[in-house]
Design a protein around this ligand. Structure first.
Ligand code: PMP
Length: 376
């Protein structure tokens, strides 16, 4: 199988899987238990948190909490900032775990202003400046890297703009497609909140983490046994956390090497299909190399995905999370025409992909496109 849908999820790293198994079979004790085995696990959990903080550039006095993944983290952070009359700014290309919470909170009395995207998928900075200077904005959520296009937002600059307009404005960035793939130093970004998810960087599924700055408010989504310093109740998923932190360590240590390998892959695909004038690229080589969005104008992305699947090649259309609905928030916000959105494909890569696989996938996709065009 040739797997080119790594932005939706990745195969777990073997070392990370080994750690998951160890913590499931040998160190399976509850860190809250009163016995020695439980206590030892609570110390191990402390070490994992410290390690993750170090890898993500988080100061010791700031907080990192473990949870079930980025959907939960995004929900918890946005809901923590709910106050009737509060004004939120989010980009039009955010993940549904941000956009749908905004819709819900809008019904409960917040105002949401959507900032548009440029043609390249990044947030329109001029529009953001206008919004924050004309309105008192309380909370901003802008993703670090787009899951649909790989566009990289300048979060540091965005934080500066928002904090200059209102020093009390709190800023969240969804870092799911950034962590382990591009350099991420949360302290340097200057955000108040940041979310990540293990299964996007070859860790296990169902585990993630979120950063909360020392002075940022946080209200837990779940109440119960008071785990995670009272911020995320529920018995800690120690196998998941241990395995995710191992995967994070591997991804961060190999970040540069993997980036260069994946960039070579993306550049190859762009070059391969740029000879076809009926194909538009919704990403450039300045984007994260891990995601390539392209539109085969006049054909349906979904149909192409299914034909490729018959040859054991897996790719995506837009974002997997929203593909069952109209989806493609970013592509629409970038101003793509309807047939360009319908014809969109998302190829997302991993350092596990080989050049041989990529060449095979490109040849097959080209064959399918030619055949489908002939049938029209
Ligand atoms: N944000 C982004 C940008 C994502 O790509 C995803 C996963 N598709 C999520 C949030 C949700 O993450 P999780 O699967 O951990 O809930």
């Amino acid at each position: 199988m040739i797997y080119l849908d790594n932005a939706s999820t990745t195969k777990i790293n073997e070392e990370a899987l080994k750690v998951f198994n160890e913590y499931s079979m040998e160190y399976y004790f509850n860190p809250s238990s009163p016995h020695k085995a439980g206590f030892k696990n609570s110390l191990k959990l402390c070490n994992m948190r410290d390690k993750a903080k170090e890898l993500l550039g988080i100061k010791q006095q700031d907080n990192l909490y473990f949870c079930s993944g980025a959907t939960e983290a995004n929900n918890a952070i946005l809901r923590s900032n709910f106050r009737e009359g509060a004004r939120f700014v989010v980009s039009a290309g955010e993940h549904p775990s941000v956009l749908n919470v905004c819709k819900d909170l809008q019904n409960k009395g917040i105002e949401v202003i959507y900032v548009g995207l440029n043609k390249d998928g990044t947030v329109n900075i001029d529009e953001l400046i206008k919004i924050v200077s004309e309105n008192q904005v309380d909370f901003v959520s802008i993703m670090n890297v787009s899951n649909e296009t790989g566009a990289v937002n300048d979060i540091q600059k965005i934080v500066k703009i928002c904090k200059t307009a209102n020093s009390k404005c709190l800023i969240h960035s969804d870092g799911v497609q950034a962590v382990g793939k591009i350099p991420v130093n949360i302290q340097a970004l200057g955000v108040d909140y940041y979310t990540l998810s293990g299964h996007k960087f070859c860790g296990p599924k169902g585990v993630g983490a979120f950063f909360v700055g020392k002075n940022a408010p946080f209200k837990p989504l779940l109440l119960g046994g008071g785990q995670e310093m009272g911020n995320r109740s529920g018995t800690e998923n120690l196998p998941g956390i241990a395995s995710m932190v191992k995967a994070l360590e591997i991804a961060v240590y190999n970040q540069k090497e993997n980036y260069n390998k994946v960039k070579e892959i993306k550049d190859f695909v762009i070059e391969y299909f740029s000879r076809d004038k009926g194909i538009l690229f919704n990403t450039t080589s300045n984007h994260s190399p891990y995601v390539l969005s392209m539109s085969v104008v006049g054909l349906k992305g979904e149909v192409l995905v299914h034909f490729l699947e018959q040859h054991d090649i897996l790719i995506g259309t837009g974002s997997a999370c929203s593909s069952k609905k109209a989806g493609n928030n970013s592509l629409q916000a970038m101003g793509l025409k309807r047939d360009e959105v319908l014809g969109s494909l998302r190829l997302s890569f991993s350092y596990n992909n080989t050049m041989d696989e990529i060449e095979k996938a490109c040849d097959k996709l080209e064959d399918i496109i030619i055949k489908q065009r002939e049938l029209q």
